[in-house]
Design a binder for this molecule. Structure first.
Ligand code: BES
Ligand code: MN
Ligand code: MN
Length: 454
């Protein structure tokens, strides 16, 4: 039987198996899901073993375990490292899901559930592609190393140590990742740039305890008001971040790259339909695509404090909190930006409050050339799976491991994503288009097969 027939005949079985993984609520952000994290890691390890990987191990970390597997049985052939993550984002708000987050369901050609697109569905594409290759040929066409982590959605905190301590083990001729999106439906895409991410949390303290806002209001600082004033000052009227030095190291796009990015078949109409805001804003002087993929930002991600229950409560809260983040682009350095941001926050805050400033995670931006021969193979493979020529895009999201691998080994990183921008990653009703899940298995299987002649 040939590869295409083998894959075609197993579509239903593949989908049912993916649903098993999707039913495990492996939410990395919440302690209560620790047992589910362990279960998901074991599920992935078991499936890797079943697909014929010779070495499979679950490596403990300070937080969530990594799953590592290898099959090094193709002497003289290239070695490929495939990376993905089995952890998912929290499902809340639960009431906005049409079907429950961890009860996968198919509707209108889409598979719904937390992790379908980000990233369990995409990891499963590779598991099934590898399994198919082994089933049809008796062995894998190339040497394959697989690393599936469980902390991606919380910043891959343990990963850097693992990479540093396992350099020889992780060494490969190329990194392959499926954790990104296609530019649009029917447009297979290869991502060559990601933004980096620094995540911060601040705690502002005014009075030493909550106060009656009638008895004390007017004569004491209100930390919530101070917080609002602070963030109101973080952007100017042209939507530029007002942190001094923030843009100093931003590499200017070449005219050629700018032209290529703006010529992509990116649809403003689709973007607006997905976002659904009454109006739009962004840094002056840049197109939307440039703003999303090539410009740094500062975003408020959560703000809280004071009374949020039913009815009214007249209180001046003692504390106010915010979570916020900066997306970084080449050549901004995370440490330097974190220092500048902290300085800006401390400079803007009045003497009437104190502030605890925490950096929860840091990650470097990435953008790399794509002329290595492996990219031609990726284009050809995507054409086999999707019947169309792939485009090269950048994206605004972040995958810390890609930068770490690229910096450590300087190997080509091939990011072939099978999600779509409107598939609600991190939001209710996350889904993956079945055509991209199945097309992905086909494309990826051909990709690995073809890499034997890289
Ligand atoms: N898969 C995403 C990253 C992504 C999404 C890249 C879409 C390109 C397009 C990943 O799981 C993710 O959500 N990453 C986090 C970063 C992390 C450090 C918490 C992100 O980008 O917010
Ligand atoms: Mn992801
Ligand atoms: Mn994610």
């Amino acid at each position: 039987m040939n590869l295409a027939e083998y894959i075609e005949g197993r579509k239903e079985a593949h989908l049912e198996e993916l649903k098993e993984l999707l039913r495990i609520p492996s939410v990395s952000a919440k302690r209560e899901h620790k047992p589910d994290i362990e279960r998901a890691a074991k599920w992935v390890a078991d499936k890797l073993r079943a697909s014929g990987m010779k070495t499979v191990e679950i490596a403990p970390t300070n937080l969530h375990p990594l799953v590592y597997a290898e099959s090094l049985e193709a002497p003289g052939k290239p070695t490929i490292l495939f990376y993905g993550h089995y952890d998912v984002q929290p499902p809340e708000p639960l009431e906005l899901w049409t079907s429950p987050a961890f009860e996968p369901a198919v509707r209108n050609g889409n598979l719904f559930g937390r992790g379908t697109a980000d990233d369990k569905g995409q990891v499963h594409i590779h598991l099934k592609a590898l399994e198919s290759l082994r089933a049809v040929n008796g062995k894998l066409p190339v040497n394959v190393k697989v690393l599936i982590e469980g902390e991606e959605e919380v910043g891959s905190v343990s990963l850097w140590d693992y990479v540093k301590n396992n350099k020889a083990k992780l060494k490969a001729d190329a990194l392959v990742v499926s954790d990104t999106s296609m530019l649009g439906r029917g447009v297979p895409s290869i991502t060559y740039g990601l933004r980096g991410l620094n995540y911060y949390q601040i705690e502002i303290t005014g009075p030493s305890k909550d106060l009656h806002s009638g008895v004390y209001g007017g004569a004491v600082p209100n930390p919530l008001t101070v917080l609002c004033e602070l963030f109101a000052k973080m952007h100017d009227k042209n939507f530029r971040v007002t942190v001094p030095g923030f843009y100093d190291d931003v590499r200017k796009l070449s005219a050629a790259e700018r032209k290529a990015l703006n010529a992509l078949p990116w649809k403003a109409k689709d973007f607006k339909q997905t976002v659904g805001a009454p109006g739009y804003c962004g840094e002056k002087g840049f197109s939307v695509v440039e703003r999303l993929w090539t410009r740094p930002t500062l975003e408020l991600n959560g703000i809280w404090g004071g009374y949020q229950g039913e009815g009214a409560k007249t209180v001046i809260p003692s504390k106010a909190y915010a979570k916020f983040s900066t997306r970084l682009v080449p050549d901004q350095g995370p440490e330097k930006i974190a220092k500048l941001v902290e300085k800006r926050v401390r400079t803007l805050l009045p003497k009437t409050v104190s502030c605890k400033f925490e950096v929860l995670s840091m990650g470097k931006p990435w953008a790399a050339p794509f002329h290595a021969p492996i990219f031609k193979k990726a284009i050809a493979a995507l054409e086999k799976g999707f019947g169309k020529k792939a485009v090269f895009i950048r994206e605004g999201g972040s995958i810390p491991f890609v930068t770490q691998m690229y910096d450590t080994f300087k190997v080509p990183c091939v990011l072939i994503g099978f999600g779509l921008p409107d598939e609600n990653a991190h939001a209710p009703d996350e889904h993956i288009a079945l055509e991209n899940y199945f097309g992905g298995i086909k494309a990826v299987a051909h990709f690995y097969a073809d890499l034997a002649t890289l």
